[in-house]
Design a protein around this ligand. Structure first.
Ligand SMILES: [Mg+2]
Length: 139
């Protein structure tokens, strides 16, 4: 999933991931939308996947930090809370223009796996996907 309040950023990243990995990502325009979509899919996934279901429905979320309604920090905290009983959790990677150490440290403090600077370079995106996408590892 890609979460960003800027439609251009959303579309750019979606295309980049489609071209490189042929993965169709889901887009969310703010943190609230991201939590809503995540919650629904996670509930369905648990219902239909019984005990053999090892991996989370979403392997990876690219999360903008500065967004209206619910920002990237709040959305991340809520998404992590939704998975507290799960062994395998969705990885969350921040994508941000913020440069100050405080903002970046807060990302790892609340449980994000990594922080990437905007504009995201295709190499960096690619590395993160290969590292956290269980779908690709399974192939
Ligand atoms: Mg933003």
């Amino acid at each position: 999933m890609v979460v960003d309040d800027n439609p251009f950023n959303l579309e750019t990243l979606k295309l980049m991931i489609k071209q490189q990995f042929n993965i169709d990502v889901v887009k969310a325009a703010n943190g609230e939308q991201a939590v809503k979509v995540f919650r629904e899919k996670n509930i369905d996934h648990k219902k239909t996947c019984i005990s053999s279901c090892k991996f989370p429905f979403y392997d990876l979320i690219f999360m903008d930090l500065n967004m209206p309604v619910l920002d990237g920090y709040q959305a991340t905290e809520q998404i992590i809370a939704l998975q507290k009983d799960q062994e395998h959790k969705c990885s969350i990677v921040a994508l941000t223009a913020y440069q100050n150490k405080e903002a970046l440290d807060r990302c790892t403090d609340i449980g994000m796996q990594e922080v990437l600077n905007k504009p995201a370079k295709s190499d960096a995106i690619s590395q993160v996907i290969q590292k956290y996408c269980n779908l690709l590892k399974a192939v």
